[in-house]
Design a protein around this ligand. Sequence first.
Ligand SMILES: [Fe+2]
Length: 175
Amino acid sequence: MGALKNLGDAIARACGGPAADFPQSVIAALKEAVRAPAALPEAFGAASDQSYTRHLIYEDPAKRFSILSLVWEPSQITSVHGHNYWCAYAVLTGAITETCFTYDAVAEIAHPVSTTRHPSGFACFHGAGLDPVHQLSNADKAQAISLHVYGTDAVHAMSQVNHRVKSETILSQQT
Ligand SMILES: [Fe+2]
């Protein structure tokens, strides 16, 4: 748990630092955490053949953020969604494919603009809201595991993070 404890400590420090530095500080902390994939305890890597799975790893004592592992079998995919809270993620093992969308608030529909495969070591930060809207999946043939940090407590992080939206192209979706 060393790398994960360090991740929690680093994000807590970022919460107390300058707001302008926050996204890059979180990304740097995540990149450091995924440099040592063997650090993830087995329980946080359990998969399901029904959908990608979420495992709560850590809740900030002040409930400012929560850290989850997400385990993706091949072809498992999220809904098209924005976020109710800020979020950041890093690819620990395997690869995650991310499609980003622009959101038309008048027509209330998202339009896909790019799809990128992110290998292990990649990390990014998204603010709360519908910019961007995205969809994550495991488009590879091997399992993938990603670490996600959400700017809310554990209860909300486990069930109320995603703001689902309609999209121009709907693939097979899960929540
Ligand atoms: Fe997301």
